[in-house]
Design a protein around this ligand. Sequence first.
Ligand code: MG
Length: 368
Amino acid sequence: MKIESVTLHRIRMELVSPFVTSYGAYVDRETIIVQVVNSDGNIGWGECVAFATPWYTEETVQGAWHMLQQFLIPPLLEQEIRHPNELTSLWSGIKRNSMAKAGVEMAVWDAYAKHQHKPLYQLIGGVRDEIKVGVAIGLQPTIEHYCQLIDQYLQQGYERIKVKIKPGRDLSLIAELRERYPQLPLMADANSAYTLANLNDLKQLDPYHLMMIEQPLAADDIIDHAKLQSNLNTPICLDESILHAEDVRKAIQLGSCKVVNVKLGRVGGWNEALRIHKLCLDHNVPLWCGGMLETGIGRAHNMALATLAGFTIPGDISASSRYWYRDIIMPEVSVDKGSVRLPDKPGIGFEVDEQYIASLTLDKLMMR
Ligand code: MG
């Protein structure tokens, strides 16, 4: 398979409601949509999920654009590839920049699946055509705001809720939510807002049977996470700490977590995500698919990821309408009774609304 051209579309989409984490608030989402065309004329779509600012990892939209244009796309256009897994060696001399790599890799996998006339989820070995999904709620000003949102999401069919926490906005929030929703599958994401000095505070969350607490400590604190996990009953899930399969191996060996969150962008794309999946399956560590405020294109890839056998926990793969007034794929992703069904069409299985993308575009670059 020869990739004949790669087009980058930098777009901005307004969020339905601001998304607030321990790092700050987002009112709109800037992202890079990657479009590849192969020699058969198949079009593949991917999404670089870097944010406009480097709060989640060091990558940014502008930085990723530079990496894609200068370093990642040129070698891809120069040679023939037999399989998308060859991209790992093609880029082996380029350190990190996982989200930039993943954006292209996703598009190449989509084109390859279309070239094989197969849905992407079947090509990667997915075992189900319907996945359980949950929804993430950003930090809210009052408990009433949380309850209002949770009631609304439960009504829309979501069956697992995740809330963001940070020091001072944790114990009372979780206690109150647990009292109001005794049986709700509930998890908390700290986005690295704590240190080991907070061990006793985090221990107080144990009685509220959270499904997990996600990334309590810093991204590079894999040893401290092991110490924390040995003191907590609540399972720790690592998100920001897991950049590739080697991190998972070390985390399992040290006992730093009991659950792993995979985001295609954070781990550099499908090839690494599939390695992480295999490793977790071998060690009986459950996985789930995280979210990065993706457009429908990133969301469609996430849906395929969540069909793998080890993804037994509902992911942050909400309906398009959770984030967008209008999505860039057709049909939009919708949730029914806590589940999303995968389309039975080649590749990611959705049509991409190129006209709408054009109307959202801030910058466009075609390389061939
Ligand atoms: Mg997270």
